[in-house]
Write a protein that binds this ligand. Structure first.
Ligand code: R5P
Length: 314
């Protein structure tokens, strides 16, 4: 890639509003591309601009409908590669297929690794993403991957709330490390809810480790899918005497009965980001944008500046 390679940003259909916000941060227009379906349902792509020799960033979250969005991502990368883009960075604000990331029982796939292979095979030279379900997924890629954390955006927001007696809670043991980094950054205490998943859309909660009585609790998770985990944890925290509970989750996947469960959850506020477009009508739901964070990362990658400043969690 030459030093004068133009910076171009394109988007699939998954999250055009975020791609447009990233472009306004960068002060460039969003690249023109046809993203459609053939009558039989196959994905149809045509890049409508000259990308030869360009440094291209393609924004696409693999959120529902996951398979359609994944195929769009792969086929758009293929189109860009065949149109002689100098470098293609897949900007995947929400990386789906991340939950099957190890073979922890017989006869299961490692879907996260398969998807990483597909993205690389299609021609992506780099990946930029936020809050992977498990940070180790970075290692499934052999191309450079920049993993950003939404904590930068959330922490700023929480500081403005100026909450006394703050505790950061994880809704399960798996999320403890993330909750710990929030607690450290916000100078708060840590608590953990014990959770058992009894079915893909059903969870049971047991006890809470840590002091939450009369505390303002920020319940942190990487994603809300069916809403079971977060709603049950919020309920238990209130039963244990929490003053107010604030839900903070990066990816608003919101499937199944999530909206209903969140509407009924005993919480003061539900704060998510726009890695996935937020269309649900829920009172107390607030979506913060990660556009500036991604925009700054794109700018730094394009100009060969260090991105590591943006990885810092504390
Ligand atoms: C679990 O490991 C994740 O961090 C989330 O807590 C989980 O995937 C959320 O799923 P749901 O909203 O369906 O309970």
């Amino acid at each position: 890639m030459g030093p004068d390679s133009p910076l171009l940003v394109f988007s699939g259909k998954s999250n055009r509003p975020l791609a447009e916000r990233i472009c306004s941060y960068l002060g460039i227009p969003l690249g023109d591309a046809l993203v459609d379906r053939f009558p039989d349902g196959e994905t149809q792509i045509k890049i409508q601009a000259d990308v030869r020799g360009a440094d291209v960033f393609l924004v696409q979250s693999t959120c529902p409908p996951v398979n359609d969005h994944l195929m769009e991502l792969l086929i758009m990368i293929d189109a860009l590669k065949r149109a002689s883009a100098a470098r293609i960075t897949a900007v995947i604000p929400y990386f789906g297929y991340a939950r099957q990331d190890r073979k922890d029982e017989g006869r299961v796939p490692i879907s996260a690794k398969l998807v990483a292979n597909l993205i690389q095979a299609s021609g992506a030279n780099r990946v930029l993403t936020i809050d992977l379900h498990a940070a180790q997924i970075q290692g499934f890629f052999d191309v450079p991957l920049d993993h950003l954390y939404a904590i930068r955006v959330f922490a700023k927001y929480v500081r403005k709330l100026d909450l006394p007696d703050l505790v950061v809670a994880s809704p399960d043991v798996g999320g403890m490390k993330t909750a710990w980094s929030y607690a450290k950054r916000l100078n708060a205490r840590l608590a953990v809810v014990e959770k058992r998943r009894t079915a893909p859309d059903a969870v049971e909660t047991g006890f809470v480790i840590g002091e939450v009585e009369d505390k303002n609790v920020i319940l942190v998770d990487d994603l809300i899918a069916t809403g079971g985990t977060i709603a049950k944890a919020a309920k238990l925290l209130r039963e244990k005497g929490a003053r107010e509970v604030f839900i903070m989750a990066t990816h608003a996947v919101f499937c199944g009965r999530a909206v209903e469960k969140l509407r009924d959850a005993p919480v003061k506020e539900i704060i998510v980001t726009d890695t996935i477009p937020v269309t649900a009508q829920i009172e107390r739901l607030n979506a913060l944008t990660v556009a500036d964070l991604l925009g700054e990362a794109v700018h730094r990658i394009h100009t060969n500046k260090s991105v590591s400043l943006l990885f810092k969690r504390f």
